[in-house]
Design a protein around this ligand. Structure first.
Ligand code: SIN
Length: 306
């Protein structure tokens, strides 16, 4: 049985010459890392960041001023790169030199759009749940920011699991959720998929993951639902029951008591754990440009340990 952490863990404090400052927003999520050396990438500092990331789910490096090469070198120390379909050569989120980097935003080069997701608000999701082994780490770095908007929010899916009534947990533990892989977060048909010819979402193309997931490193259980789409289904449940439980889960995700919010400052980099968090972001004016560079690392195949 996985131990459930009910209390906020103590701050990591000083370790390997870096300081870990838990967030001041009062939730478990989020900590600032101060003093990390992106040039040296010392193994003991990387290990301390990794420990803080597992503990807090989201960590932030303020004003990094690092290059794409440093961003990638650091990412490579955390795991194998995962490439989102939109970052592949020729796609709207492709970087002009490095296929390891996804460009998110509404940039333009020579009149052509550079960046995916434009300036839209993004709904709650975890990254790239369409794969058998979705990402563990995501590292998002601010390259250009609008004067307002584009704030990002994370929800703590361990806390969401703990907030669910025992009766609901009993229903979902050991079950799979079928996640819609036909439409992307902007409701476009994904590359390689086709419009479904049925209204019954259970018949749509999907990927199945455990809805209660045991984190591969912390060993703690959390809820994993990929996105807040109405086209996801808890396999084996009648649709109305599945929809009601997913709506109840989303109520907890939307509860600010389970969230951490980032108002971006120039050169900030935020690194989150996609296995135990969801995130969303606000939109911003189409007149302004926001450009972010993101890398992701491969996670374990989602599993549930009773
Ligand atoms: C993302 O969903 O990975 C991007 C979030 C953001 O643009 O703040």
């Amino acid at each position: 049985m996985t131990a459930i952490l009910k209390e906020r863990p103590a701050a990591l404090g000083e370790a390997a010459g870096i300081t870990v400052l838990p967030n001041a927003q009062g939730t478990m999520l989020g900590a600032d890392i101060v003093g990390f050396d992106f040039d040296a990438l010392l193994p003991e500092q990387v290990a301390a960041v990794r420990a803080a990331w597992i503990r807090h789910g989201v960590v932030r490096f303020r004003g990094t001023q690092i290059t794409d090469e440093q961003h990638m070198r650091f990412t490579a120390l955390l795991g194998e790169f995962v490439k989102h379909p939109r970052q592949l050569k020729g796609e709207e989120g492709a970087h002009d030199r490095y296929e390891e980097i996804l460009i998110i935003g509404n940039g333009k080069r020579d009149g052509k759009v550079v960046g995916t997701m434009a300036n839209n608000e993004a709904q709650w999701h975890t990254d790239t749940y369409i794969y058998d082994r979705p990402p563990a780490a995501a590292l998002l770095r601010a390259m250009q920011l609008p004067s307002s908007g584009g704030d990002t929010y994370w929800a703590d899916m361990y806390a969401v699991y703990q907030a669910l009534p025992v009766a609901v947990r009993k229903v979902i533990e050991g079950r799979l959720i079928q996640l819609d892989i036909v439409y992307d977060g902007s409701n476009r048909v994904r590359v390689g998929q086709q419009e479904p010819d049925s209204d019954d979402i259970r018949l749509w193309a999907g990927i199945r993951h455990p809805i209660v997931r045991t984190h591969g490193e912390s060993g703690r259980n959390c809820v994993y639902i990929g996105s807040e789409k109405r086209s996801n289904w808890i396999v084996g449940l009648p649709l109305d029951e599945s929809n009601a439980i997913l709506a109840e889960i989303m109520d907890h995700v939307r509860n600010p008591a389970h969230q951490w919010m980032q108002v971006w400052q120039p050169h900030d980099m935020v690194m989150w754990d996609n296995r135990c968090t969801m995130h969303r972001r606000n939109g911003w004016s189409a007149e302004e440009t926001r450009i972010m560079h993101r890398t992701t690392t491969r996670g374990e195949r989602p599993h549930y340990v009773c």
